[in-house]
Design a binder for this molecule. Structure first.
Ligand code: AMP
Ligand code: MG
Length: 520
């Protein structure tokens, strides 16, 4: 196993002088050196071929014992110094102080094909940031992160990636629904990868501690290594840095809205400074199109992170990042202006995105209303988001009467589309048909564009749960099946049509399908 190792993060940034895994407050340092905990009998369950290639490894390399040992924390690559990062965060709107990598351990950085990758084990044991928790991860949450992050990549969404999924051989105690029913589960480790794992909270922690010196070192490092096109550090560069983070975060959340992804825990420690989707916890995919839906039962009361609020929550988080960067900029006006622009840009980009979902590419005054009317009626009728938009591409300019038939498979209850709702739907389809006629693309051209934009296959909540249930029984074949399916989310894959289906009734209220907690 030959890897082109880099060592930028821990060469250029200040380290915690103490080297142990004991829980503590770490100041004036961006990370602490730690040793992954040994695992008793690790078993590799899956590797991502694409990610192996990205870092210069082959499928054969991944079969060696060295790969297994390194990516389950039992062997440290020569000349590397694993570390856990220090960060803080606002959790559900409240400042929570120091959080940090409580169970993530960065192994090393790798350069390959002019790209840099940080590799990180999730679930490899306690670090100084573990607080009262065990530093471990269970199989169910590891499968969810592993499959979903790769699926998001293939959907074209900026995301952290996953390299490998392994069982540790150890048991982990978890109270899944936080209701006093702890049970042992299989422990697992995902090795995930990204250009960087820095989060908004990585910057906030130094601002909160009024440690302007370390804040500036970290911002300069981030610009030099990840935003070098912005130029040498200066007040203007810092402002442009914030502007680009805002831009990237906006792009990311528009993608989430496009595909119906609900992150579930958009705390500032879970927002990547590179605009990547990060920290796959109690996320979920919209089945019935519903702006008020959140998969996270921990957030059921407030629903702070529900689907329809995600863009606003990104904005809120950016506001916190602006506060954190303020000490090195000392000028609020440009930051405020960027935050204001975010809101207006969001409205226009969201409309363009929704229009593309509908196959509308020309300008028309009434488009905003057409989209809005659709959003309302989609919520009045329990309608499967993925099936609805995918099927919509089958509507042609001249089948005025049949539009509704083409998408009827997306309704959860056929009776929902009777009477009043039926006439509402017919009215909407009438307007849609009239609007389609103004498009210069042919039906076939429009269909191709729509099908490259509206996925056919996503990691439905019940699908992830089926994979987990099988894996718990020791059958890992479904991991590979779903992994392969989600590599081509926009292709028809006729032989895999069974996954283009509404959520089955058994999954409606099942834990793991519609109800997830932060327990992982
Ligand atoms: P999350 O909301 O899952 O992103 O986690 C919030 C914080 O809790 C982060 O600092 C995590 O590293 C930490 N954390 C979550 N689960 C564990 C665990 N099992 N052991 C140690 N730290 C954890
Ligand atoms: Mg997190």
């Amino acid at each position: 196993m030959i890897l082109n190792l880099q060592d930028k993060f821990n060469k250029e940034l200040p380290a915690d002088p103490n080297r142990n895994n004991i829980n503590r407050q770490v100041t004036e340092s961006c990370y602490s050196y730690v040793t992954p905990t040994n695992t008793s009998s690790p078993v590799l369950l899956h590797t991502s071929t694409e990610m192996l290639n990205e870092i210069g490894l082959s499928v054969e390399d991944a079969k060696g014992s060295s790969f297994l040992n390194v990516f389950t924390g039992n062997e440290i690559l020569p000349d590397t110094n694993p570390y856990a990062m220090c960060y803080g965060g606002h959790q559900f709107g409240n400042w929570a102080g120091q959080l940090g990598d409580g169970r993530a351990i960065n192994l090393c950085e790798i350069e390959h094909n002019n790209k840099n990758w940080a590799l990180q084990l999730k679930g490899a044991g306690r670090t100084p940031y573990s607080r009262s928790a065990d530093g471990l991860a269970v199989l169910r949450s590891s499968i969810r992160e592993y499959l979903c992050s790769e699926a998001m990549y293939h959907l074209g969404v900026p995301t952290t990636r996953a390299l490998s999924l392994a069982l540790t051989g150890n048991e982990v105690l978890r109270d899944v629904m936080y209701n006093g029913n702890p049970a042992y589960e299989k422990g697992a480790i995902v090795c995930r990868s990204a250009e960087s794992f820095l989060r908004f909270g990585s910057f906030q922690i130094f601002a909160a501690r009024q440690d302007k010196k370390t804040l500036k070192i970290l911002v300069d490092y981030t610009i030099k290594n990840h935003f070098s096109h912005l130029g040498e550090p200066s007040k203007d560069t810092y402002i442009n840095f914030f502007k680009e983070v805002a831009q990237r975060s906006l792009e990311m959340v528009i993608h989430w809205q496009r595909i119906g992804f609900v992150h579930g825990v958009m705390n500032t420690d879970n927002l990547s400074i590179l605009g990547l989707t990060i920290d796959y916890g109690p996320y979920g995919w919209l089945e019935g199109y519903d702006h008020g839906w959140t998969p996270n039962t921990t957030d059921r009361g407030q629903k702070r992170y529900r689907y329809g609020s995600q863009p606003e929550m990104v904005h809120w988080n950016l506001f916190q990042l602006a506060n954190a960067l303020y000490p090195i900029i000392e000028d609020a006006a440009p930051l405020e202006s960027i935050l204001k622009t975010f809101a207006t840009q969001f409205r226009s980009k969201y409309l363009t995105m929704m229009k593309s979902k509908l196959g509308l590419f020309e300008e028309n005054e009434g488009d905003s209303k057409l989209v809005h009317d659709l959003e309302s009626i989609l919520q009045e009728t329990e309608t499967d988001m993925t099936i609805f938009f995918r099927s919509l591409s089958g509507v042609t300019k001249d089948d005025k009467e049949k539009g509704l038939n083409k998408i009827s498979n997306a309704f959860y209850e056929a009776s929902d589309v009777q009477n009043t709702l039926k006439s509402k739907w017919e009215k909407w389809f009438m307007e849609y048909h009239n609007r389609l006629k103004q498009e210069s693309f042919t039906d076939t051209q429009r269909q191709t564009k729509m099908n490259a934009f509206n996925p056919k296959y996503v990691l439905r909540n019940y699908m992830a749960q089926l994979v987990i249930d099988e894996a718990d029984k020791g059958n890992y074949e479904l991991i590979e099946e779903i992994y392969q399916l989600l590599k081509k989310p926009y292709e028809e894959q006729v032989e895999k049509e069974k996954w283009f289906a509404k959520r089955p009734e058994w999954a409606r209220h099942k834990v793991g399908c519609s109800m997830l907690s932060c327990s992982s």
